[in-house]
Design a protein around this ligand. Structure first.
Ligand code: ADP
Ligand code: ASP
Ligand code: MG
Length: 439
């Protein structure tokens, strides 16, 4: 069985929902994971923001305008009065439920419930449409089987077992629709898999059922060789290794949620990135195969902070690096890049919640410098050391841009550069021109 995930823009209008239904109805049995309609999760977070600020009027305003929009969608999506009425009633209940949060205390528990409603709404809308049109489909609620454990990691055994129950309770259906993004935590409370987490849902479901393929349908024809939001003349990549895709996703290629690669990789299930607006385009296949001798793509991750600790006294001493890393570990702050020299070590982090405490502790070991507003540029491909000159090609493309750190050799798939965020666009464009466009 295949798992297909459709993102916010793919279900962003009633017409797009109809297009998705056409696309998934090919007679093959499948699980379809849907995101919220685009813009909805942001609006839900805006509601939460008002409620945290004890401004119910602000929340009501957003809720009312959302409700108006959804009523219009319903009028466009359904042809029969029966399904218009059923779905209008459902929408009314949903928005009344959202209004009910304006009274009483508001905490992160309520917030988690609210932000998940976008997926509940979109899946019910599509499931009702499919029922109206006579498709052999049903809705299976993600909150019945998606769960994380006490460490916040997906509980794949539980997911597998409970999903099986859902499928067995609805035998002989062609299409099973479910919500991306939402789950329960180890205590049974409503939770989610972080922004953009519907990709993760699809990958986890794929791994749980041993799917033959996981398809991530979005608004672009696969992973491009550079970020199309910042760079001209990017083009789609036909094939990526799981490791390459993971690096690109982690280092900013928004098309794929960073956590999504791991479950598929462990289960050995190929992932395809496809375009809902151009379904015939080949897209990108992510699998265990490596395409040799090629630099594949570039991505950028913002909001990076660099920290350098210099100490002529300490660095050569046995155990110095461990002490430095222990400090980051004790503040649950992960390190992205590391560069060492005889007299110092530089690291980069993206979570600055505990920056000042970390810096205070590091000062016990040497002089500490902090650079904010940095960005990691990550060049991905077959960067095996035997490919002589590949790293030089990347470095040459960045001539003229101040580089704070370079990391190469951690894997055979990546070379990373730490630069100022203000140089990001220029660096990405220059890398595209030099590496892919023969300029
Ligand atoms: P969805 O809502 O379907 O999950 P996203 O907005 O999360 O879609 O991801 C798709 C977007 O990712 C594209 O519209 C594109 O702007 C952006 N993107 C960033 N980097 C890349 C890349 N390297 N290749 C393709 N798309 C990228
Ligand atoms: N709707 C959620 C978000 O906007 C999850 C997703 O789209 O993947 O982040
Ligand atoms: Mg996404």
């Amino acid at each position: 069985m295949k798992v297909l995930k459709f993102g916010g823009t793919s279900v962003g209008t009633p017409q797009r929902m109809k297009d998705v239904v056409k696309l998934i109805s090919d007679g093959e049995q499948k699980i379809v994971v849907l995101s919220a309609m685009s813009g909805t999760t942001n609006s839900l977070l805006e509601i939460c923001d008002y409620l945290y600020k004890k401004n119910p009027e602000g929340a009501y305003e957003v809720i009312n305008s959302m409700e108006k929009k959804y009523k219009k969608h319903i009028a466009e999506l359904y042809t029969t009065d029966e399904y218009k009425t059923i779905t209008l009633e459902f929408i009314k209940q949903e928005f009344d439920y959202l209004r009910s949060f304006a009274k009483g205390i508001f905490t992160m528990f309520e917030e988690k419930i609210i932000v998940g409603q976008g997926e509940i709404i979109s899946t019910n809308m599509v499931a009702n449409y499919m029922a109206e049109q006579g498709y052999n489909s049903c809705l299976i609620p993600a909150l019945e089987f998606m769960r994380t454990d006490k460490n916040g990691e997906p509980d794949l055994e539980y997911i597998s077992k409970k999903l099986k129950v859902q499928l067995e309770e609805n035998p002989d259906k062609e299409i099973y629709i479910t919500q991306g993004f939402i789950c329960r935590n180890a205590y049974g409370e409503v939770d989610n898999l972080q922004r953009g987490g519907s990709d993760y849902t699809a990958s986890l479901i794929g791994a749980a059922i041993g799917a033959s393929e996981i398809q991530i349908w979005t608004d672009i024809d696969g992973m491009h060789n550079n970020d199309p939001r910042f760079v001209d003349k990017t083009s789609p990549i036909g094939h990526l290794h799981f490791e390459e895709a993971a690096e690109l996703a982690y280092f900013g290629a928004k098309i794929l949620h960073p956590t999504c690669v791991q479950p598929a990789k462990f289960a050995g299930i190929p992932v395809k990135l496809l375009n809902t607006m151009a379904p015939e385009a080949p897209g990108t296949v992510i699998s265990n195969e490596t395409e040799k001798n090629k630099i594949k793509a570039v991505a950028a991750k913002d909001n990076i902070t660099a920290i350098r600790i210099t100490s002529s006294r300490m660095l050569l001493a046995y155990g110095f690096l461990r002490k430095v890393f222990d400090i980051f570990e004790s503040y649950k702050t992960s390190i992205d890049m590391v560069c060492t020299a005889e007299v110092g070590v530089s690291v980069s982090i993206d979570n600055t919640n505990h920056l000042s405490a970390i810096v205070d502790e590091l000062k016990k070991f040497g002089h500490v410098e902090v650079d904010k507003d940095m960005c990691i540029i990550c060049v991905v491909g077959d960067l095996d050391p035997d490919n002589v000159g590949f790293e030089a090609q990347a470095t040459n493309a960045l001539a003229g841009i101040p580089v704070r750190m370079i990391s190469y050799g951690g894997s055979n798939h990546n070379i990373s550069f730490l630069i100022h965020e203000s140089d990001k666009k220029k660096a990405l464009q220059s890398l595209s021109d030099h590496l892919f466009n023969n300029k």
